[in-house]
Design a protein around this ligand. Structure first.
Ligand code: ATP
Ligand code: MG
Length: 421
């Protein structure tokens, strides 16, 4: 049997956390059997590699592996997608079609987001699980198939059962073995490891030197909540790799990439609602903040590009004008509106919300504004800093520094004089 280490390497899984290892070990153990497996864990924890491991290590590995995202297929067509249909079964069914369960005969089907399956489809699925039988839509002929099913979900299945959105019998049938993947915040020792791996991947991809983290930056990453788990960490590593000129990232810099409101709110809210109602709201808040953060980063990037391009005095003036426009009054209104929206959203749903939570949310936005204003005021400083650093890096060789900065040697010469470097 392949060792856990070898499996991790083969499937690109990074980390040494004991809980992660246990989950991979479980996948290896169940792979030679036909037992149904349910993979659980928060969004972005890496659930998708488990069914691949199971399939590849099983006797079905030469058979088909089909991954179906149950949440992405419209309710009206999902039965036909999974089980096929007969000609004339519905308008538009011009010919007989095989479904995934027929095509994957002898292989494995991965049912991702299985909690999203409509109840009628759940009945059909239960039947396949019980005796391998299914019937095409619009047919009366019972067909047989031999498919191994691995399902995954990031929702609380017990909640779904309680709300009668998911059949209890199907749940037990699917989860003969459950493999749970731990959230990133419970795998603290893996955080820096993962970041380093992603940073080096992105350095290669974007042909830039690899970013490195200072100790305080590592500390912040380790303490962070990571609601989006490894997917979020990967995004942060990508943004930092692309946007930061200085390749050593300190705590203050990395903080800009870690939205905090989404993860702070749950702790201060005295909520009387169910956890799942609340988590979807948290998700929305989190997404709003995340989007705003990326807008902010885009603006920063644009500023940098404009500065780089500004190779003569007139263009530079134009650019400064443009930057002023970007950071001008319009933006303030937008931010205020967003803050208002967030407050309304929170207050409407939680009348007993902690006042501190709201002011904290607001502070975050104002904080973001302050950063932008500072950024505008210190454009000259930034320019100066960039030129200095580039000259240092190239031991004072103007030609190389100018090439790196994307300006002409003449302009660089002028700037050196202007800044008295
Ligand atoms: N241990 C890991 N090592 C390296 N990359 C990982 C690891 N775990 C997850 N990833 C990467 O993180 C991203 C998210 O993983 P994945 O798509 O499997 O999440 P998920 O659990 O299916 O989330 P969701 O429930 O939102 O679908 C992917 O790009 C995946 O390659
Ligand atoms: Mg997934």
């Amino acid at each position: 049997m392949e060792s856990i280490q070898a499996i991790k390497q083969r499937f690109g899984i990074i980390g040494n956390d004991p809980k992660l290892n246990r989950s991979i070990e479980k996948a290896i153990q169940v792979s030679p059997t036909d037992i149904s497996v349910l993979v659980t864990g928060e969004s972005g924890v890496g659930k998708e590699s488990i069914p691949k491991i199971i399939h590849q290590l099983s006797h079905r590995k030469h058979g088909k592996y089909i991954a179906v995202n149950c949440g992405a297929i419209p309710e009206g067509t999902i039965d036909s997608e999974l089980f096929g249909h007969e000609k004339g079964a519905f308008t538009g069914a011009t010919s007989t079609r095989s479904g995934y369960f027929e095509v994957a005969d002898g292989g494995t089907i991965f049912l991702d987001e299985v909690g999203e399956l409509p109840l009628t489809t759940q009945v059909r699925l239960l039947r396949v699980l019980e005796n391998g039988e299914f019937i095409k839509v619009g047919s009366s002929k019972v067909q047989k198939t031999d498919v191994r099913i691995v399902a995954a979900t990031n929702v609380n299945m017990f909640e779904a059962i309680k709300k009668e959105k998911f059949r209890e019998d199907l749940y037990y049938r699917l989860s003969t073995v459950e493999i749970n993947l731990p959230p990133l915040r419970e795998r603290k020792d893996d955080i820096h490891l993962l970041f380093r791996k992603f940073a080096s991947d992105f350095a290669l991809k974007y042909k830039m030197p690899t970013v490195k983290l200072s100790d305080d930056a590592i500390n912040l990453l380790v303490k962070y909540r990571w609601n989006g788990n490894i997917r979020q960490l990967r995004n942060v590593a990508e943004q930092v790799s692309v946007l930061e000129q200085n390749r050593t990232i300190n705590g203050a810099t990395i903080q800009n990439y870690l939205p905090t409101t989404g993860s702070n709110l749950p702790a201060v809210v005295n909520n009387s609602k169910s956890e799942s109602d609340f988590s979807s709201e948290r998700e929305i808040l989190y997404k709003v903040l995340f989007d705003m953060k990326s807008d902010l980063n885009d603006l920063k990037k644009l500023t940098m590009e404009l500065m780089k391009k500004g190779s003569d005095a007139d263009v530079q003036k134009d650019n400064e004008h443009l930057i002023q426009k970007i950071y001008g009054d319009d933006k303030d209104e937008e931010f205020e509106a967003a803050v208002e929206d967030l407050e309304v959203l929170s207050l409407a749903e939680h009348t007993d919300i902690d006042e501190n939570a709201i002011s904290e949310t607001e502070d975050k936005y104002h904080f973001a504004e302050e950063i932008e204003e500072e950024e505008t005021l210190s454009l000259h400083d930034k320019e100066l800093e960039l030129i200095k650093k580039s000259l240092e890096r190239h031991s004072g060789k103007r030609k190389l520094a100018a090439a790196e900065l994307g300006i002409s040697e003449r302009t660089l010469y002028r700037k050196i004089k202007q800044f008295d470097l």
